[in-house]
Write a protein that binds this ligand. Structure first.
Ligand code: ADP
Length: 275
C-alpha cells in the first residue's frame, strides 16, 4: 500500500528551485545581560519546495525556536525569515495572521481537533474559518487527502471515535486542505505509539512525494527523521550539519558528531560539522 517505502527516489532537475522557506542571520535572544540565552545564533538555512525536511538536535538546541520564527509564531531578535518571497520577520500582526491562515499549515504533537466536529468538519475548518466555499474542487482535494492518508472511511467519525494515529492523520489533512506553501510539524509523532507514529510519518512522506507538498518537521527521534528527504542538524542555536537522504544510521552518526562537537567545544576545539 505504501509505495513510498522505496528508498528516497527524488526527482532531480537542472535549475535549483526557489526555496519555500529560508532564514538569513536569524537570531533569537531570551533575557538580558549576563543571563541572555542565544536560542538562535545567526541561522542561515534554505528549505526546498516539494521536500520533507526534518530539523533535529539535542533538547534546548533551538529547534522549536527556529520553527516558530520561520512560521511567524514568534518574533526574531534580528535577521530575516522568508516564506516564498515574503519576509515573515517584517510583517505586522494582521499580515502575520493572514500568512498563517492562508499560506502555512501546522501539525502539533497534540492533535488539536475539535471534539464536537466530525473528522471531515475538522479537516475543512481552515476553509470554514476563512469563509471559503466548499467547491467541487475542494471536495475532490479532500477526497484525495483522505485516500492518501487512509482515513476515507473515518470522515463522519468524531475524534473520540478515532485512534491517536487516525486523529493525527486528520490533523495532517486539515493542515493540507488549504494547499499551504509549507506545513510545519512539531514532534507530530510525540504522542503516538511507534506503530501509529510510523504510519503517520509514512503518510507525511506520501503527502510530499505524491501530492507535492512541502513539510518541515521538528523531531528529536532519529527514526522519525529518517522518513524525511533531508535532515538539518542544529546545536547551540546554530546549523551544525545537513544530511541528504537520511537513514536511521546516518542520523545517529550525525547526532554522535554533534556530541563530539559538544565535548570538544568544552575544551576549546573548533566546531565539528556533521555531514
Ligand atoms: P529545542 O526545541 O531544541 O528543545 P528551544 O528552541 O525550545 O529548543 O530552546 C532553545 C533555547 O532557548 C533553550 O536554551 C531554551 O531554554 C531557551 N528558551 C526557549 N524559549 C524560551 C523562553 N520563552 N524564555 C527563555 N528561554 C527560552
Amino acid at each position: 500500500m505504501d509505495s513510498s517505502a522505496a528508498p528516497h527516489p527524488r526527482p532531480t532537475s537542472g535549475a535549483p528551485a526557489q526555496p519555500a522557506v529560508r532564514a538569513r542571520s536569524l537570531t533569537k535572544l531570551y533575557g538580558k545581560g549576563a543571563g541572555t540565552v542565544h536560542a538562535l545564533d545567526g541561522v542561515d538555512v534554505d528549505f526546498a519546495a516539494g521536500q520533507f525536511t526534518a530539523i533535529m538536535g539535542p533538547s534546548g538546541s533551538g529547534k522549536s525556536t527556529l520553527m516558530h520564527l520561520l512560521a511567524g509564531l514568534d518574533s526574531a531578535s534580528s535577521g530575516q525569515a522568508f516564506i516564498g518571497d515574503t519576509e515573515v520577520t517584517s510583517l505586522d500582526d494582521n499580515h502575520l495572521t493572514s500568512l498563517r491562515r492562508d499560506r502555512v499549515g501546522f501539525v502539533f504533537q497534540s492533535f488539536n481537533l475539535l471534539p464536537m466536529f466530525t473528522a471531515e468538519q475538522n479537516i475543512l475548518l481552515p476553509l470554514t474559518l476563512a469563509g471559503s466555499p466548499v467547491t467541487a474542487e475542494v471536495k475532490e482535494w479532500l477526497s484525495t487527502l483522505a485516500v492518501t492518508l487512509g482515513i476515507q472511511d473515518r470522515l463522519s467519525h468524531r475524534p473520540s471515535e478515532l485512534s491517536g494515529g487516525q486523529q493525527q492523520r486528520v490533523a495532517i489533512a486539515r493542515a493540507l486542505i488549504a494547499r499551504p506553501e509549507v506545513v510545519f510539524a512539531d514532534e507530530p509523532t510525540g504522542n503516538l505509539d511507534s506503530r501509529s507514529g510510523a504510519e503517520v510519518l509514512s503518510f507525511l512522506r506520501r503527502s510530499v512525494r505524491e501530492l507535492g507538498r512541502t513539510i518541515i518537521m521538528v523531531t528529536h527521534d532519529p527514526a522519525a527523521a529518517a522518513y524525511a528527504d533531508r535532515v538539518v542538524l542544529i546545536a547551540d542555536g546554530a546549523i551544525a550539519g545537513d544530511i541528504a537522504n537520511p537513514t536511521p544510521e546516518s542520523v545517529l552518526a550525525g547526532l554522535d558528531a554533534l556530541r563530539t562537537f559538544e565535548t570538544t567545544a568544552d575544551t576549546g576545539s573548533t566546531r565539528q560539522v556533521a555531514s
